[in-house]
Design a protein around this ligand. Structure first.
Ligand code: NI
Length: 230
């Protein structure tokens, strides 16, 4: 399941964060890639311990927990703090898969990467190339979103970033361990949640609709009880 979270950050917040990120110190992106991925990776990153990375990362985390679409699609349990990368001058990240287990920097805590997230800080017209290509069972999907928008996709997918041939592409990327490990089960819960919200919003005073919404909410929570790891 690939989900777009539009306007995770307001235009104002996006610009404010972008200014801070542009002014930070950047380093070679190979420093955080595994052995296989490092061969395919050519970009620059802000070190995770950099104060700007922490500050903007905290802002992103706050926006995520307040976003009902993200919460419903991800059912998050743990987060890897957001990191930041930039591609320019033909830089690219060839086809790879993200490591399954990652250590939260500065802690002994490890998380399983169920979901990969990319939050765009550059507008699509600022650069050429730089599409995130996600391999799906239906073929590949090309993603290039407006600044402030985010894509959420299963970390089990092979993916790549095409060469940025003009301008530069600045994004935040991070991983989520979900309470629901299986992408299929998460997709079922997401569908059910959206249907319940639509049902409760459409006929607020209709007794049968209200009763159905309550009953389906019960089904949602009972599935969550069956499937969730907390
Ligand atoms: Ni990746």
């Amino acid at each position: 399941m690939i989900v777009c979270i539009p306007e995770l950050l307001s235009a104002e917040k996006t610009k404010e964060f972008r200014r801070e990120l542009d002014a930070a110190d950047w380093e070679d992106g190979k420093s955080t890639a595994g052995h296989m991925a490092a061969k395919a990776k050519d970009n620059v990153q802000i070190p995770a311990s950099h104060p700007v990375a922490r500050q903007v990362g905290d802002g992103i985390m706050r926006a995520l927990t307040l976003n009902p679409l993200f919460m419903s699609a991800a059912v998050p349990l743990h987060f890897l703090p957001p990191m930041f990368n930039r591609y320019s001058g033909g830089q690219t990240y060839g086809t790879h898969i993200d490591s399954a287990i990652r250590q939260v920097p500065g802690s002994g805590h490890r998380i399983r990467t169920d979901l990969s997230c990319t939050l765009f800080f550059s507008e699509p017209e600022e650069y050429e190339g730089g599409e995130l290509i996600i391999e799906d069972t239906y073929g590949s999907k090309s993603v290039k979103l407006p600044a402030g928008h985010m894509v959420l996709y299963p970390a089990t997918s092979l993916h790549r970033v095409t060469p940025v041939t003009k301008g530069s592409r600045l994004c935040s990327f991070f991983w989520v361990q979900s309470m629901i490990r299986s992408d299929e089960q998460r997709a079922i819960l997401f569908d059910l949640d959206l249907a319940i919200q639509r049902l409760s919003g459409s006929l607020p005073d209709h007794p049968a609709a209200n009763q159905s919404a309550v009953q389906l909410t019960g089904v949602y929570h009972n599935l969550l009880r069956q499937w969730a790891e907390v």
